[in-house]
Design a protein around this ligand. Structure first.
Ligand code: AMP
Length: 297
C-alpha cells in the first residue's frame, strides 16, 4: 500500500499504470472504513489491476447545519484496513490540495438530484458530482465503484459520467447490512445504544414492504402507508421521506411495475439515516434485492 496526499504524485502513478496497459479501479470514500466500503474494494480488486481508494471528507457535499466537523476521521485505522484488503494506492489529500482556492466551478446534474435526499439536502449532490468529477480527472480510472446504499448518488454519478463522456464505467455494488438488517454507515457510530436498536425498524419496514409486493401488492400509496405504519412503531425514528421511484431515472411511480426503488430517509435522534430496497416486477415474477449481510468491522 502506498499512501499519497498530492495530486501530482497520484497522477504519476496512474499515468504510468495506464501506459503499462493496467486497468485502474477507483473507490471514492469519506473514510471511517467499514465492511460496506470494503465490499467496494473487493469488487474493484476482483476486476482491476490497480485499486485506488480515496479518503476525503468533502466539505462541498455537507450543508451548513450538517455534520462536517463531527464526521469521523481516523486515517491510521483506515490505512490498516486498506492494506489488509489489498488496496494499491490510498489517496488521502488535505483540503488545500483539493480546494486550494474557493471553487468557482460545480458539476450539477439536473432533475435526478431534485427529490429524495435532494429535498432536504439541496446542495449535497452538486458537492458529490463536483468531487467525483475531480477524482475521475485526477485518477483516470477505467471503473469507479459506488454502493447501492446511496442509490440516488449512484444514479446521479452514472448520469454525470454519461453526460460528460467520462471514459469511466460506474459500477453499482450491493448494499451491505448489519446482522439485524441496519444498513452499514459511518454515521451509525453516532447512535446511542437505544437509538441503534430503534434504527433497526427502517430495514424491517423495507423488508416487510418488499414482502408485500412479492405477495401481490401493486398500489404505491398502500405500500408507502405500510412502511409508515411499521416505522411508527418506533417513536424515536422520524421519517423524512418514503418514496417509490424507477431505478433508472428515479421517476415517480403510481403502480408497481418494472424495476423500482423503495427508499427511506429518517432521523434517529440527530442522526440522519437512509436505506432502500429494489424490487423487479417482470413477466418471470417478482424478485427483491435487499442487499447483503456482512459480519465484521
Ligand atoms: P461514504 O464514505 O459514506 O461517502 O461512502 C463511500 C462509498 O461507499 C459510497 O459509494 C457508498 O455508497 C458506499 N457505501 C457506504 N456504505 C455502504 C453500504 N452499507 N453498502 C454498500 N456500499 C456502501
Amino acid at each position: 500500500l502506498i499512501t499519497i496526499t498530492s495530486i501530482a504524485e497520484l497522477r504519476d502513478i496512474t499515468d504510468r499504470a495506464r501506459r503499462d496497459g493496467r486497468s485502474i479501479g477507483l473507490v471514492p470514500t469519506m473514510g471511517s472504513l467499514h465492511v460496506g466500503h470494503r465490499s467496494l474494494v473487493r469488487a474493484a480488486r476482483a476486476v482491476d489491476d490497480v485499486v485506488v481508494l480515496t479518503i476525503f471528507v468533502n466539505s462541498l457535499q455537507f450543508g451548513p447545519n450538517e455534520d462536517f466537523d463531527a464526521y469521523p476521521r481516523d486515517l491510521a485505522a483506515d490505512a490498516e484496513v486498506a492494506e489488509a484488503d489489498g488496496v494499491d494506492v490510498l489517496f488521502a489529500p488535505p483540503v488545500v490540495e483539493m480546494y486550494p482556492d474557493r471553487m468557482r466551478t460545480a458539476v450539477h446534474v439536473a432533475e435526478l438530484t431534485e427529490g429524495l435526499c435532494g429535498e432536504s439536502r439541496p446542495t449535497h449532490f452538486d458537492g458529490v458530482t463536483t468531487i467525483v468529477a475531480k477524482l475521475f480527472s485526477i485518477v483516470g480510472p477505467c471503473r469507479a465503484y459506488f454502493g447501492r446504499k446511496d442509490f440516488q448518488q449512484l444514479v446521479v454519478v452514472g448520469r454525470m459520467a454519461r453526460d460528460l463522456d467520462f471514459p469511466v464505467e460506474v459500477v453499482g455494488c450491493p448494499l451491505v447490512r448489519e446482522p439485524d438488517g441496519l444498513a452499514r454507515s459511518s454515521r451509525n457510530g453516532y447512535l446511542s445504544a437505544e437509538e441503534r436498536r430503534a434504527a433497526g425498524v427502517l430495514s424491517k419496514a423495507l423488508f416487510w414492504a418488499s414482502e408485500t409486493i412479492v405477495h401481490g401488492e401493486r398500489d404505491v400509496d398502500a405500500l408507502v402507508e405500510t412502511i409508515r405504519r411499521v416505522v411508527a412503531m418506533e417513536p424515536s425514528v422520524h421519517l423524512e421521506y418514503v418514496e417509490v421511484r424507477t431505478t433508472d431515472h428515479l421517476a415517480r411511480v403510481k403502480v408497481l411495475d418494472g424495476e423500482v426503488l423503495v427508499a427511506v430517509a429518517a432521523r434517529v435522534g440527530s442522526t440522519r439515516l437512509i436505506d432502500n430496497v429494489t424490487v423487479t416486477l417482470g413477466t418471470e415474477g417478482v424478485t427483491a434485492d435487499l442487499g447483503v449481510v456482512a459480519y465484521g468491522p
